[in-house]
Write a protein that binds this ligand. Structure first.
Ligand SMILES: Cc1cc2nc3c(=O)[nH]c(=O)nc-3n(C[C@H](O)[C@H](O)[C@H](O)COP(=O)(O)OP(=O)(O)OC[C@H]3O[C@@H](n4cnc5c(N)ncnc54)[C@H](O)[C@@H]3O)c2cc1C
Length: 367
């Protein structure tokens, strides 16, 4: 999130200091999956509209930054396949197809939610056990998380208005004086955007009175990378929280566990083995494909589940940019742009749902 914010600050000519406790892109964003998943097209609301527009706009954002850096993010709008294990799910899926026809439109572009009897490529996934058929949507996509972070970082390292300081944690912020204490020294700022992933919640809470609960929590996730000789354009498979994502270069990512309680944030365990076994059972094309990496990270889940962005109600110079939880990669560019515009006092180019604003989360955490 912070990398996108710095990209927009650069484009708007705002002098920016990007301070990271580690190396750029090594937080939760440095994982393996990178699924860009739309919400269901039924029961349309402002949140779904924001996400739809963000997913559509990402394609052009990626093309621009890839053009500027000459590097690839591993982005592809490869779509999504949702197996329907029970016959009654087919009727629901057919109704959603009508909803998609209504809502998944951007200018002359239309995205589809089709119901199929069998997947287009045999074995991706297995037909057996999916009696309702399959949904195939054309809006979803994927990006290679580490490649995306590397591209954003490469752009920022050449930026005119952005200076980067790595391996330096923000220890405390004095909002009245507009200074931050870091292990590097004292930094003076006009506006401070906290985009510290799950660690944002405690940093923001320190400057918020009346809270009765934390502003958010970390949710651990584990994922794996397989080496498999499959077509990188194959759609992402999604069933019951299991994702199978075909990436470029013969890589397939599998995820993810969702753990509210954990002993060690950054280790993987038997829960990941279960997930890999499930993926192999569902997707025969994975066969005996070897696991080449196992990875765990902490997602930032805000108290009201939605992203948490924008100005602090009591401190005009403090802004949040976090809470992307399980869908950050599809939204980060838009959340970052909106937040930087708020900091700069510029008009927004698109609507931001009320529930995303920091003030909403503070209200919920103060009940
Ligand atoms: C297993 C797993 C699978 C996932 N799959 C997907 C997926 O398929 N699609 C999707 O969209 N999302 C997915 N997510 C979620 C996504 O990865 C996160 O929501 C997203 O990366 C959060 O980005 P962020 O910038 O808010 O936080 P981070 O990427 O964690 O970045 C926060 C940064 O802040 C820095 N920082 C922290 N504290 C300080 C401090 N005090 N001072 C200075 N710097 C600090 C950190 O060093 C870090 O670089 C997944 C997450 C996991 C764990």
């Amino acid at each position: 999130m912070g990398l996108w914010a710095a990209v927009f600050a650069e484009r708007m000519g705002i002098d920016t200091l990007l301070i990271d406790a580690g190396a750029l892109g090594e937080g939760a964003s440095g994982g393996l999956l990178g699924a860009l998943m739309p919400h269901m097209p039924d029961q349309w609301n402002a949140k779904k509209q924001f996400q739809f527009e963000a997913l559509v706009a990402l394609e052009a954002e990626i093309a621009t930054i890839e053009g500027e850096t000459g590097l690839s993010t591993g982005y592809r709008r490869s779509g999504r396949l949702i197996p329907l294990p029970k016959p009654h799910l087919r009727q629901i899926a057919l109704e959603r197809s009508v909803d998609a026809d209504t809502h998944w439109r951007a200018g002359d572009r239309r995205f589809h939610w089709d119901v199929l009897d069998a997947p287009e490529i045999a074995g991706w996934p297995d037909v057996a056990g999916n009696e309702g058929g399959f949904v195939r949507d054309t809006l979803a996509g994927r990006v290679a998380p580490r490649s995306l972070c590397a591209v954003l970082a490469a752009y920022l390292r050449r930026a005119r208005h952005v200076r980067i300081i790595e391996n330096t944690a923000i220890a405390d912020i004095d909002l009245a004086r507009g200074v931050a204490e870091t292990s590097f020294g004292t930094v003076v700022f006009g506006h401070c955007v906290i985009a510290a992933g799950h660690q944002s919640f405690s940093l923001l809470a320190r400057h918020t009175t009346g809270l009765t609960q934390p502003l958010g929590q970390p949710v651990k996730g584990q994922s794996a990378l397989l080496k498999a000789d499959v077509d990188p354009s194959l759609p992402t498979i999604f069933r019951d929280g299991l994702y199978v994502v075909a990436h470029e270069g013969g890589h397939v990512a599998i995820g993810s566990t969702s753990e509210n309680r954990f002993d060690d944030a950054y280790t993987t365990d038997g829960q990941l083995d279960v997930l890999v076994d499930k993926a192999r059972a569902l997707v025969p094309l994975l066969g005996e494909a070897p696991v080449i990496e196992r990875w765990a990270g902490l997602r930032p889940k805000a108290i009201d589940r939605d992203p948490m962005i924008g100005s602090h109600p009591d401190h005009a110079n403090l802004l949040a940019l976090t809470g992307g939880f399980k869908v950050s990669f599809g939204l980060a560019h838009r959340l970052a742009e909106a937040t930087v515009r708020m900091a700069a006092g510029e008009e927004q180019r698109f609507a931001v749902p009320d529930s995303f604003h920091l003030i909403n989360h503070i209200r919920v955490a103060s009940r």
